[in-house]
Design a protein. Structure first.
Length: 762
């Protein structure tokens, strides 16, 4: 009997995909089609990253889609790939197209797929921030092959990340196969016959440096009056969403101011490949005046260079390699005069222009998609051959211990319901805002912190503008700040009348914590500046405070603020003083059996520990960290039942030394404080037990508590105001709802942290 023929290999590609308008989408599409053409017996299909809710009208080649901000969609994609027995997964990596800090959502997929992974790195950072470094190191570990498009990329992988040489492949950026023709062949159809065409194309944005090319035009036109500069491409969709067409309009005004508006053509379209070939064909000299040296790949440069066009470029890394050995002209960054000299060097010397074009076209034959596809197929085969045999069972290693902890999906319906243009309302009757109780700084501070965490995390409510919510909460905090006294007011009536001249020490410190977070984390420049301004008005008042919890809240805000302003001497001095006060408080009260700061454990207890864990190591108190950890261990032990669930100290009596431990009423802010403090302890110590304690506290919201009842209402997105002896409070106020969502955001952060994720795959 004849042996069953081997089934065709199944090759999956992951990245953006056309018709999404971005360079990664174009590359993924072109690579997938090229591999499919080079290996017609294979089954090639793609997974597309969506950056918007309505997705795109993808071609049949796209078999699955991922929402970049939805962590669960990455796991579902991994399940799809495993169930469909993909033989290899080719990932297109760019930090910006995946959700989570530094695109860390992608790692949730890579941890669970069982086929070899070949990752194309479109960006390789020489100076990554800590989150980018962690993601890149994990990406290197979980990829069987790493593809870069320039030698510089391989060098950085080795020197910066310690990537093994055996994993790294250099495969040039693919390009369409274009004939070597004189540019006059295409010019007539664009109405530029008889003129010299300079071209820049691609999605427009400030990093392209087009303003410097326009600044160079007067000198070029003076020597070569027939020159026309064609700027081809739509403004990047994300830039349009944020700033509209301000960059393009600024370029147009610049051309008019420099007297060259008759020599500049803006073509505001994302053109098809066929149209692009014709535009490139009509080009005499291509300009890439990019501003950032650390660009390891430029698809636009590859396309034009491979078509045999002369290039004048700034010396970013990809250009340095392609244009070496007289294959183009490199000019300094931000130097219009040098751009003009480079262009004129070609136009003044037609023989040099011709020689440069021929050299570029010769190297370009190695870059056409058919050649690049063969290189990728070789990389895929090597990855498959070298991967050790692994179980293919769909449910292998899917026990609760090995799979990541499933967190509830984000649902901010009730937060939005409780918010208006003034801010977030304090209380609710059931799930209905109670206008009678008005607003407070405490809750608007919590809400503003939540918005910053979600924005950094990449989680956004599906139908609401997170920036709009954050703006309302920050506006409330700004109005709450009494510039004359340097104190936040706390309570405001629904009629927008302040009910006091200054709030409590705790509410002031919570406000300071919120604006410190905005100063250190916000990606909105206006929010960042206003937050810093409010912080600088508010921090001096803390010096006179006597509340230990106010000291702790202020310390947490100081830590956030110093992320942005690490050299602020007065703020650092305040941190030193507050840590000293907490350490002294501990030393004056703690005993072997009562390792605590006060003779009574009351509310927001874990914040005292958290403040020392985070703030202590940067001060002259080496014992502060250990005090924070020891007190938190004790707090965890007294808030854990024999059955193993979390039981916070109740607010109906609290817990006094040598007295009874109040079990009720249990408050959501206690669970939230415990989640935050335990996660902070894990970040500092890498002790996995703190993750378990954080999970225990978080599960209190979900029903792992004394009554076995959930406080979080998944139907409304709200959280009950407390756990009573016989029931859950039916009122879903701002404090409790925000306590849940802040806890969820921090748990999501922990899950996205490389060190925190369970490591089940090698």
């Amino acid at each position: 009997m004849d042996a069953t023929p081997p089934r065709p290999p199944r090759i999956a590609f992951l990245g953006g995909y056309l018709p999404r308008l971005c360079g990664i989408a174009t590359f993924t599409h072109d690579l997938c089609e090229a591999v499919a053409a080079a290996a017609p017996a294979s089954q090639c299909y793609a997974g597309a990253m969506n950056d918007r809710i309505e997705a795109y009208d993808y071609p049949p080649r796209v078999r699955f889609e991922l929402d970049e901000k939805d962590l669960d969609s990455y796991r579902r994609a991994a399940d799809f790939l495993n169930f469909n027995n993909a033989d290899v997964l080719c990932v297109q990596h760019e930090f910006g197209i995946y959700g989570g800090p530094a695109g860390s959502h992608l790692l949730a997929l890579l941890k669970e797929v069982r086929m070899p992974v070949v990752t194309t790195l479109h960006t390789v950072l020489r100076d990554p921030n800590p989150a980018q470094r962690k993601v890149m190191e994990e990406l290197i570990r979980r990829s069987d092959r790493l593809v870069v498009m320039a030698r510089k990329g391989a060098e950085i992988l080795r020197e910066t990340y310690g990537a093994p040489d055996a994993k790294v492949e250099i495969i040039l950026h693919g390009i369409p196969d274009m004939p070597y023709l004189d540019s006059s062949f295409y010019k007539a159809q664009f109405g530029v016959e008889g003129r010299t065409v300079l071209l820049t194309f691609g999605l427009l944005g400030p990093g392209k440096g087009i303003e410097y090319a326009i600044e160079a035009l007067p000198e070029i036109v003076k020597r070569h009056p027939n020159v026309v500069y064609l700027v081809l491409g739509a403004t990047h969709p994300h830039l349009v969403a944020r700033d509209g067409e301000s960059y393009r309009l600024g370029l147009e005004r610049l051309a008019e101011d420099r007297g060259v508006k008759d020599h500049v053509i803006f073509y505001n379209r994302f053109v098809s490949l066929e149209d692009l070939k014709e535009f490139i064909g009509a080009t005499d000299i291509y300009l890439t005046p990019y501003l950032n040296e650390a660009q390891i790949t430029s698809g636009t440069l590859a396309y034009v260079f491979g078509a045999g066009k002369a290039v004048v470029s700034t010396p970013y890394w990809h250009a340095q390699e392609l244009l070496a050995e007289d294959r183009g002209i490199l000019v300094p960054f931000r130097d219009p005069q040098a751009i003009a000299q480079g262009v004129c060097a070609f136009l003044d010397d037609p023989d040099r222009l011709r020689r440069t074009r021929e050299k570029a076209y010769g190297l370009g034959r190695e870059m056409i998609w058919s050649a690049v596809a063969q290189r990728y197929l070789e990389a895929f085969q090597c990855a498959r051959t070298e991967r050790r045999a692994a179980p293919r069972s769909a449910f292998a290693n899917w026990t609760l211990a090995s799979r990541p902890y499933d967190l509830p999906p984000l649902r901010l319906d009730h937060v939005v319901r409780m918010s208006d243009a003034t801010g977030i309302i304090q209380h609710a009757s059931f799930n209905v805002p109670n206008y009678h109780e008005g607003y407070c700084t405490d809750d608007n501070a919590r809400a503003f912190i939540l918005c910053n965490l979600l924005d950094e995390l990449g989680d956004r409510p599906p139908s609401e503008n997170l920036d709009r919510l954050a703006t309302s909460y920050l506006a409330f905090l700004s109005a709450a700040m009494n510039r004359g006294t340097g104190r936040f007011r706390n309570f405001m009536s629904h009629g927008r009348s302040w009910l006091e001249e200054a709030g409590s020490e705790d509410s002031h410190a919570r406000g300071l914590w919120a604006v410190g977070t905005g100063a250190g984390r916000s990606r909105n420049a206006g929010h960042r500046r206003l937050s810093a301004h409010l912080f600088e008005h508010g921090f001096p008042a803390v010096q006179a405070f006597s509340s230990p919890r106010a000291w702790a809240f202020a310390l947490l805000g100081i830590q956030e603020y110093l992320e942005a302003f690490p050299d602020h001497a007065e703020v650092k001095a305040l941190r030193e003083g507050l840590v000293h006060r907490l350490v002294s408080l501990w030393k004056g009260c703690a005993t072997e059996n009562w390792p605590w700061f006060e003779s009574k454990a009351t509310y927001d207890n874990a914040r005292l520990c958290q403040a020392l864990i985070l703030g202590g190591p940067s001060t002259s108190h080496p014992e502060a960290l250990e005090i924070g950890l020891r007190s938190l261990r004790w707090l965890a032990s007294i808030q854990k039942t024999q059955s193993g669930h979390f039981r916070p100290i109740g607010c109906n009596g609290f817990y006094e030394r040598d007295g009874a431990h109040a079990y009720f009423d249990q408050q959501p802010v206690e669970a939230q404080a415990m989640v935050s403090a335990c996660l902070a302890a894990h970040r500092v110590t890498r002790d996995e037990s703190w993750l378990r304690e954080a999970k225990r506290a978080f599960e209190w919201f979900l029903g792992r508590n004394d009554l076995g009842l959930p406080l979080y209402d998944s139907s409304s997105g709200g959280c009950g105001d407390g756990l009573h002896q016989d029931r859950v409070s039916e009122n879903q106020g701002a404090e409790s709802t925000l306590a849940f969502h802040l806890s969820l955001a921090e748990m999501n952060f922990a899950e996205h942290s490389i060190e925190a994720l369970p490591d089940n795959a090698s």
